[in-house]
Design a protein around this ligand. Structure first.
Ligand SMILES: Nc1ncnc2c1ncn2[C@@H]1O[C@H](COP(=O)(O)OP(=O)(O)O)[C@@H](O)[C@H]1O
Ligand SMILES: [Mg+2]
Length: 261
C-alpha cells in the first residue's frame, strides 16, 4: 500500500522526553507517522514502547517535547476535548482486557460506550444499529459464530480479535496496539497481525504496534522504528531491513547471544 506523502501527518512527535522519578523512559523521541502507515515499534522490554503509545493516546504528558495527533496539539487539549481525541484513537493490549463473563457481542458493544450516555446492561440495552455494527465487526474479524458465547470460552487469539472488533466500534482513525501478540502462540500471532494489516489497508487506518520479536516485525511491519533505552535508534522500511540490522536494536550483547543460538 502506498502512503500519500502530501497528506498531513497523523502523529507527529517532537523531542519527546519522559522521566518517571529517576527513570528516563523516553529520551528526545521524534517520529512522524502518515495516514494509513503501519509502524512497528520494536524494542526490548523497558525500551519505552508502552510509554510512547500512552503519550500518543494522551494518557501521559511529556516531561518535555510535544505531540501533534490528528492535527491537534495534545498538550493544549483538556477534559472533554482530550476525551474526544481519545475517541478517535483505538487501543489494543497484550492482555485483551475483555470482560470474561460477558458475551463476545457485549464486549464488542462496549467499544461504542464512549458515544453513549451511561452504562448498558445486556445486549438489548444497545440501539439496534449499534448491535448490527457490532455483529458486522465480529464478522470482519471472523468470529460472527461466537457472538453469543462468553468471552472467556475463546482462545487467546480469538479474544484478541474480539478486542480488535471492539476497538473498531469507535471507528478509530488511529489504532495503537501494545504488544498485541505477546501472549499468543505463533499461529494466532500471525492471524492477529494479518488482521491488523488488512484492516489498516481497508480503512486507511493508521496503526502503531509495539512488538518485541524481530521476526514478527520484519514480516508484518511496513516500517520499523527501533527503540532502545527510551531512544529511537533505527527507523527504516521493513523491506530494507535485514535480521542483522534489526538485531542492532537489542545491542551487541543480545545480538551475539541470539546469533550463538
Ligand atoms: N508509571 C511509571 N512509573 C515509573 N516508571 C515507569 C512507569 N512507566 C514506565 N516506567 C519505566 O519506563 C521505562 C520504559 O517502560 P515501558 O514504556 O513500559 O517500556 P516497554 O513498553 O518497551 O517495555 C521502564 O524502565 C519502566 O520501568
Ligand atoms: Mg510495554
Amino acid at each position: 500500500m502506498t502512503v500519500d506523502d502530501t497528506a498531513p501527518a497523523v502523529v507527529e512527535v517532537h523531542g519527546l522526553s519522559k522521566t518517571f522519578g529517576q527513570v528516563a523512559a523516553l529520551r528526545d523521541v521524534s517520529l512522524t507517522v502518515g495516514r494509513g502507515e503501519i509502524v512497528v515499534l520494536l524494542g526490548l522490554s523497558g525500551s519505552g514502547k508502552t510509554t510512547l503509545l500512552r503519550h500518543i493516546n494522551g494518557l501521559e504528558s511529556p516531561t518535555s517535547g510535544s505531540l501533534t495527533v490528528l492535527g491537534e496539539d495534545l498538550g493544549a487539549l483538556r477534559g472533554r476535548e482530550l476525551r474526544k481525541m481519545r475517541g478517535r484513537i483505538g487501543m489494543v493490549f497484550q492482555q485483551f482486557h475483555l470482560v470474561s463473563r460477558l458475551t463476545v457481542l457485549e464486549n464488542v458493544l462496549t467499544g461504542a460506550l464512549a458515544g453513549l450516555r451511561g452504562p448498558r446492561l445486556g445486549i438489548a440495552a444497545y440501539p439496534r444499529d449499534l448491535r448490527r455494527r457490532a455483529l458486522s465487526q465480529l464478522d470482519r474479524v471472523g468470529l460472527l459464530d461466537k457472538a453469543y458465547q462468553r468471552a472467556d470460552t475463546l482462545s487467546g487469539g480469538q479474544q484478541q480479535r474480539v478486542a480488535i472488533a471492539r476497538a473498531l466500534m469507535q471507528s478509530p482513525e488511529i489504532l495503537l496496539a501494545d504488544e498485541p501478540v505477546a501472549s499468543l502462540d505463533p499461529e494466532s500471532s500471525d492471524q492477529v497481525m494479518a488482521l491488523l494489516r488488512e484492516i489498516a489497508a481497508e480503512n486507511q487506518l493508521t496503526v502503531v504496534c509495539s512488538l518485541h520479536q524481530v521476526e514478527l516485525a520484519l514480516v508484518w511491519g511496513q516500517r520499523i522504528v527501533g527503540m532502545r533505552s527510551g531512544s529511537v535508534v533505527l527507523d527504516s522500511p521493513a523491506a530494507e531491513m535485514t535480521r542483522e540490522t534489526a538485531m542492532r536494536i537489542y545491542g551487541r550483547m543480545t545480538a551475539s547471544l541470539a546469533e550463538s543460538k
